[in-house]
Design a protein around this ligand. Structure first.
Ligand code: SF4
Ligand code: SF4
Length: 449
């Protein structure tokens, strides 16, 4: 046996801990554990027998592996097979590119267009064909602002839900929205059309949010109305996730926002900081200057998570998960659908003609296999971290898988996830969480997540 390449050991409050990024096991460890890890390569059969219980546990949780087990090769296989074989069809649908907001950092600000009834029907036909041999349809409503075209969201949802019922397919849906238009009737409709979770962006305390998340055609503030809509959603049973786009201009107002959420009884809402990164063409230079470098952002994000934990937000640690590819853009059966029926792999490419991989109106027509659209799709599917020396040698490869491919392609370098810089800090918060549990006795060598 040998030690895993993906062990990360750290100390916290006088205790020693071990995390393994291949399995994401996290354990409090003792001297016996460290001894086994350090000597497993050359341990005699007799000594192995003495420590057989712990060795078996350590193997099960990935800290040690068989000598012939090649973790990198296994990740490559996992990456290749999961990209091409999935029971899931994922559609991110943009019913409109129009938005009621005019945020300074929005990469879609100049784009327009709303989905026609004809495109809606064609999308249902496209979905039916693509669902053959699938078991799950996952829909994400995105925009523009999807609630600007809420009637289209409702009618298309109804058709897709009926289609899934007819085909015996499981249906689930989420939405990304500024939530300004989410009155009570809308919230009830979102639930009726099986949208189980909405991600809402709030950009800090009231003053800074109102300056950044402003309406396109009015000076009316937006903060209070959005917060009230979130409170209503909670009462009506719709799950909300709050994303705060953090940069140098709003970082000082994060605590003010958190205090408002506490006051409104929203400590059970998942709140996280989004790292604003500029890699799209046409983004103003001022916006780029205001973005944090990933290592600075990672530190801020860990401090923010700590602050949330101290203020009673109990479910706010993004515990890492092993992933087979970085995002859905890299797998078959995942499409971004623009309002004119155009298909893309990444939402950042919407409206960019040479980034299209097809169109729902002619997707199944006989086409040339040597077309640029076909090549665009192949490029996405082949994108992987295994040709990048830094990723191959990275101890968090199994929970990052090379970062955002679009960033990598456009800027010719890897976008390392904030985990690269703040993983241990986040794990320490998780350890504190665990220490508060009543069954502390089991903490030794038990996977906590
Ligand atoms: S390629 Fe990057 S920007 Fe596009 S969906 Fe994936 S992670 Fe997001
Ligand atoms: S992108 Fe960065 S963090 Fe992710 S696997 Fe590669 S080197 Fe590691």
């Amino acid at each position: 046996m040998k030690r895993s390449k993906y062990n990360i050991l750290f100390e916290h409050k006088g205790g020693k801990f071990a995390f393994n990024s291949y399995t994401t096991a996290l354990n409090k460890i003792d001297d016996e554990f460290t001894y086994i890890l350090d000597s497993i390569d050359s341990m005699s059969e007799e000594i192995k027998a003495k420590h057989s219980d712990l060795i078996a546990k350590m193997k099960q949780e990935g800290y040690i592996v068989d000598k012939s087990f090649d973790e990198l090769k296994s990740l490559k296989f996992y990456n290749m097979s999961r990209k091409c074989n999935s029971d899931v069809l994922s559609l991110t649908i943009l019913p409109t590119l129009d938005c009621n907001f005019a945020c300074p950092y929005c990469y879609e600000s100049c784009k327009k267009g709303t989905m026609s009834k004809e495109a809606e029907d064609k999308l249902v036909e496209f979905t039916e064909k693509k669902l053959k041999n699938k078991k799950i349809l996952k829909v994400t409503w995105f925009g523009g602002e999807p609630l600007v075209a809420k009637e289209r969201v409702y009618s298309l949802s109804e058709k897709l839900i009926n289609l899934c019922e007819k085909m015996g397919i499981k249906y689930s849906a989420h939405m990304i929205s500024n939530f300004y238009l989410a009155d009570e009737e809308t919230i009830k409709n979102l639930k009726k059309y099986k949208i189980s979770q909405v991600q809402v962006t709030i950009d800090g305390g009231e003053k800074i949010h109102n300056a950044r998340r402003r309406l396109k055609n009015s000076d009316e503030p937006t903060f209070e109305r959005i917060i009230n809509n979130i409170v209503k959603s909670k009462k009506l049973g719709l799950t909300i996730v709050i994303r705060i786009n953090a940069d140098k201009t709003n970082i000082d107002s994060l605590e003010e926002l958190v205090d408002v959420l506490v006051k409104k009884g929203l400590t059970d809402v998942f709140v996280y900081l989004g790292h604003t990164v500029s890699f799209d063409e046409g983004v103003p230079a001022k916006f780029t200057e205001d973005c944090f470098l990933t290592d600075d952002f990672a530190k801020i994000s860990a401090d923010f998570t700590n602050m949330l934990a101290n203020k009673g937000f109990k479910n706010n640690i993004s515990y890492p998960k092993p992933i087979s590819f970085h995002c859905a853009a890299q797998r078959l059966g995942s499409y971004i659908v623009g309002p004119q029926g155009e298909l893309y792999k990444c939402e950042h490419d919407v409206g960019v003609k040479n980034k299209q991989i097809g169109n729902i109106f002619n997707y199944f027509d006989k086409k040339e296999i040597n077309s640029s659209e076909y090549m665009e799709q192949i490029n996405w599917l082949l994108s992987n971290p295994f040709e990048d020396e830094e990723c191959v040698n990275c101890n968090i490869l199994p929970i990052c898988m090379g970062g955002c491919s679009n960033y990598r392609n456009k800027l010719c370098k890897a976008y390392c996830m904030p985990f690269k810089y703040n993983l241990v800090e986040l794990l320490k918060i998780k350890c504190d969480d665990y220490n508060e549990c009543s069954n502390k006795k089991e903490f030794k060598s038990v996977q906590v997540c």
